[in-house]
Design a protein. Structure first.
Length: 411
């Protein structure tokens, strides 16, 4: 069986590795002319690390990331709302790891290349079209760098792992487009001394007044004690124009919202100004689909279920897709039936997460407190809401997203 994987991102590379570990060969077709180590921070939750461990890459990931020990929520006045342990400290069998996305991608790429060989990952291939018949799929690619047509590729099945702007998805849903509701983000990585204990994930403020997500992604080995701190600034504006994935960020577009956030534990404005470069992104997702699988072709990862980057769950769901597909395709049955079984297993759970990330993400804690306090500093938070009530909000998201302690222990 010849399997074509369209897209060499996290889901595509994990699928190629997983298939090889089960004795099934594949080839990855990536649109980028070359794979480079780019990107900012990403958090791998325990259920994502479960999939990483199954790929044999647990130690490699732990060696270059930061194991998150705590998650804490603050209002825009620097007052702590709620905190909880994370990863092993919270009773999980595996850690929660924050890492540079480029480092994660490099580790997956090196492993896939070692397993598939130099011809197993083909770059500079943009999907242009495809056609199916009774025995397979014919894929038409063009060279990304020149636009020239490339020789047709024949495969028994094809799996679109080509991200939020998936060309594979566009073939079956030609009117497909992202959903943008006025939330833009700016991202950067700043070198500085650890914030508090150096292993905490912070959510500060809310979309209504400006929100920051801040966490360390690596330590320096030069004796300085410095860390690389990943941060994301999020602002919701009703009249906002969607940010561009391909443009650098401008401080004037968002710094005024955060420049006066000076707490006894962090100067947020200084953190932002310490990053170079700054990148801008829109916060977008897509409405859940009713169908991913069309005969010999299916979708996986962000091509299937792009979701708001809230709750650190996009990468986990792509990794779970990859493992589910690898298990079913290695079973030896009809590959078309395997693709349909994968869709049956994964479509509804991921649709639920897409909707939850829109309406009840983890930072609903910040929003709820802001509503109850009138967006003012409080004297005693328990006068407005209890820690048990806030914990229930956090636990509800973990349950829906599939990473409660019990769920993360099982596939």
């Amino acid at each position: 069986m010849k399997i074509a994987i369209i897209g060499g991102g996290i889901a595509g590379l994990a699928l190629a590795i997983g298939l090889h570990r089960r004795g099934v060969e594949s080839r990855v077709y990536e649109a980028a002319p070359q794979l480079r180590e780019i990107g900012v921070g990403i958090t791998l939750l325990p259920h994502a690390m479960r999939e990483i461990a199954e790929l044999g890459l647990l130690d490699a990931i732990r060696a270059v990331g930061i194991e998150t020990q705590n998650s804490e929520f603050y209002n825009r006045f620097g007052q702590k709302l709620y905190g909880e342990p994370r990863g092993v400290a919270a009773g999980y069998a595996l850690p929660e790891v924050a890492i540079n996305r480029g480092k994660l991608h490099t580790i997956l790429y090196a492993e896939a290349l070692a397993r598939l060989g130099p011809d197993g990952i083909v770059t500079d291939h943009s999907l242009a079209d495809m056609a199916q018949d009774e025995t397979g799929v014919t894929l038409q690619f063009c060279q990304t760098s020149s636009g020239q047509a490339l020789p047709e590729v024949r495969a028994n099945i094809a799996i679109g792992c080509d991200g939020v702007n998936s060309a594979t998805r566009k073939i079956f849903y030609p009117d497909d487009k992202v959903v943008f509701t006025g939330i833009n983000t700016w991202r950067g990585v700043t070198r500085r001394k650890p914030i508090l204990d150096g292993s905490t994930y912070f959510r500060v403020g809310s979309l209504r007044t400006g929100k920051m997500v801040i966490y360390p992604i690596s330590n320096f080995d030069d004796g300085s004690g410095d860390q690389l701190i990943n941060w994301v600034a999020e602002i919701e504006r009703s009249s906002s124009t969607m940010n561009d994935w391909n443009k650098g960020g401008r401080l004037d577009d968002f710094l005024p919202t955060f420049k006066d956030w000076r707490f006894d534990w962090l100067d947020v404005g200084a953190l932002i100004k310490g990053a170079d470069p700054i990148l801008e992104y829109p916060m977008v997702d897509k409405d859940p689909l009713s169908q991913w699988t069309f005969g010999r072709v299916t979708l996986a990862g962000d091509a299937a279920h792009p979701m708001y980057p809230r709750g650190s769950n996009g990468s986990a769901q792509g990794l779970i897709d990859a493992r589910t597909l690898a298990d079913l395709l290695a079973s030896g049955g009809d590959p078309q039936a395997a693709l349909k079984a994968y869709e049956t297993a994964r479509l509804a759970p991921t649709a639920k997460i897409v909707q939850t990330n829109r309406t009840s993400p983890p930072d609903i804690i910040n929003l709820r407190v802001e509503e109850l306090t009138g967006d003012r500093p409080f004297v005693h938070l328990d006068d407005h809401i209890t820690q048990d009530e806030l914990r229930a909000l956090s636990d509800n998201y973990k349950r829906i997203a599939g990473f409660s302690v019990e769920a993360a222990a099982a596939k």
